[in-house]
Write a protein that binds this ligand. Structure first.
Ligand code: GRF
Length: 196
């Protein structure tokens, strides 16, 4: 693996997260002793999201944008460019990515979805809603999908999937735990494979 081939500097990645941010933390820690990637920014749409606490611990500046500012795109793109951000990772980020941002980062934004797309994706399918839908549908497996981001929720090209069994005794909580384990195991590695 190498750094940015033109500058020989670490490749700069911004992480977007709306909630707890355990994936954001896991990714930043995974690469903390490496010079391949740098994570100079964490961006959220929620000022009270726990990801800001994690960002403090990690000593990564974190920012909150209102829904309006986020969807308008301009301010966020300015911030990203000021920090020389080359790629964006969505790790539990709930707002739809506006076209202007997708155009500024074409095929350079990836998302993780906590189910096996194309099942259980789309608007409203996030967090426990996804896992409860898996329980309700009596699925025998679930998992994670890492995919590129395009203009429609959860429809960009799939990069990687991993599965876990769903037992009749599983609840949305126990599925969430299994899915999180898969996320921690695979998401940082896959980021390295596509951008490293
Ligand atoms: C993860 O399950 C992710 O797949 C989904 O939201 C959850 C975020 O968890 N999109 P965390 O904030 O990283 O702990």
């Amino acid at each position: 693996m190498c750094n940015n081939k033109y500058t020989n500097m670490p490749i700069k990645i911004a992480i977007f997260a709306s909630g707890s941010g355990s994936n954001a933390e896991n990714i930043a820690n995974y690469y903390s002793k490496s010079s391949i990637f740098e994570f100079p920014l964490i961006i959220s749409n929620k000022a009270d999201a726990f990801v800001h606490e994690r960002a403090k611990e990690l000593q990564i500046p974190s920012f909150t944008f209102s829904r309006e500012d986020f969807l308008a795109g301009e301010k966020i793109i300015t911030l990203l460019k000021e920090h020389d951000i080359e790629y964006i990772v969505l790790a539990g980020f709930l707002l739809k990515i506006p076209t202007v941002l997708i155009d500024a980062y074409p095929n350079k934004i990836v998302n993780i979805h906590p189910a096996l797309l194309p099942k259980f994706g789309g608007k409203g399918m996030y967090g426990h809603h996804v896992h409860q839908a898996v329980v309700d549908a009596k699925e025998t497996e679930s998992g994670i999908t890492i995919h590129y981001v395009n203009g429609n929720y959860d429809e960009g090209n799939i990069i990687f999937q991993a599965k876990c069994p769903v037992l009749p005794t599983d609840t949305s909580d126990t599925i969430a735990e299994k899915v999180h384990s898969l996320e921690y195991e695979h998401f940082p590695r896959v980021i390295g494979e596509i951008w490293g």
